[in-house]
Design a protein around this ligand. Structure first.
Ligand SMILES: [Zn+2]
Ligand SMILES: [Zn+2]
Length: 266
């Protein structure tokens, strides 16, 4: 499987891609060409073009959750074909934070017109080795403790614990690769659930946002967990602050992740 970083907060010196605080990865697995998240704007398309990637012929879209730094780019998605879109059923609910709209700019009705919707809270196998996890059980004692703004359900506005937050897992010969958006549900929770879903205890790599925005009990516990885990490839990025990444690096070596990075995953 090949993973190309189309959008992240960070860009590399002398490589003139555009960064923004969002996530978008392009996954090629056999005949499948999957867009995982679409960043905040059209940056993922501009970077894809520069990387020689034609997003006009992708086979599916998958979304990590509904926040606009992951769904904003859907507005610019080329409407050449109506591809399947995989996400949690709550992904298109309106979301707000301190009065500001932070949900998907595309409402579910428009999404249903533009995409073939596959909204699922349970795991969905996207390819032979790649699985969309659906809703993540919240089992760790230190993660996903707080709501982020509010979401509008049929019962009205309520605190948003991001039930829609999910991730992908790729099962290779050396174990599992966890591919996250923001990990609002908790990187430990996601990883433990991926192990259960795949029936595989081996963690080979993790890439994506860990949602560790400052040093906290959650960050310290996550660092301690990673120290035990020692994944061969460890790429916390996007919403993982410098201090958290530095602390993780001392416990388990971290590789930097930037727009344009290409990972060959076996
Ligand atoms: Zn988010
Ligand atoms: Zn994010």
């Amino acid at each position: 499987m090949k993973l190309t970083v189309l959008c992240d907060n960070t860009t590399r010196i002398d490589a003139y891609y555009v960064g923004e605080p969002g996530v978008s990865y392009y996954l090629e697995d056999g005949d499948a060409r999957i867009l995982f998240d679409a960043g905040y704007s059209d940056v993922y398309l501009r970077n894809a073009e520069k990387l020689g990637i034609d997003l006009g012929d992708i086979t599916a879209v998958a979304l990590s959750h509904g926040h606009n730094d992951h769904t904003g780019g859907l507005v610019h998605f080329p409407a050449t074909q109506r591809v399947p879109l995989y996400a949690h059923p709550a992904v298109f609910e309106p979301k707000r934070f301190e009065g500001e709209d932070i949900g998907s700019p595309i409402a579910i009705e428009e999404a249903a017109e533009r995409f073939e919707l596959h909204l699922s809270a349970t795991p969905v196998q996207l390819t032979e080795h790649l699985t969309f996890l659906g809703e993540i059980p919240r089992e760790s004692s230190y993660e996903s403790r707080y709501a982020i703004g509010e979401r509008r359900t049929e019962e009205g506005w309520q605190p948003d614990h991001l039930p829609d937050d999910t991730a992908l897992v790729w099962q290779g010969k050396d174990g599992l690769w966890i591919i996250t958006g923001c990990s609002h549900s908790g990187i430990t929770n996601i990883t433990e659930y991926a192990k259960k879903v795949c029936g595989d205890e081996r963690i080979c790599g993790i890439i994506g946002g860990f949602h560790l925005l400052k040093m906290s009990r959650q960050t310290e516990q996550t660092v301690a967990w990673l120290k035990q885990l020692q994944p061969k490839h460890l790429r916390p990025c996007h919403c993982t602050c410098f201090h958290a990444r530095a602390a993780i690096h001392y416990a388990a070596p971290v590789q930097e992740t930037c727009v344009g990075d290409v990972l060959e995953i076996e």
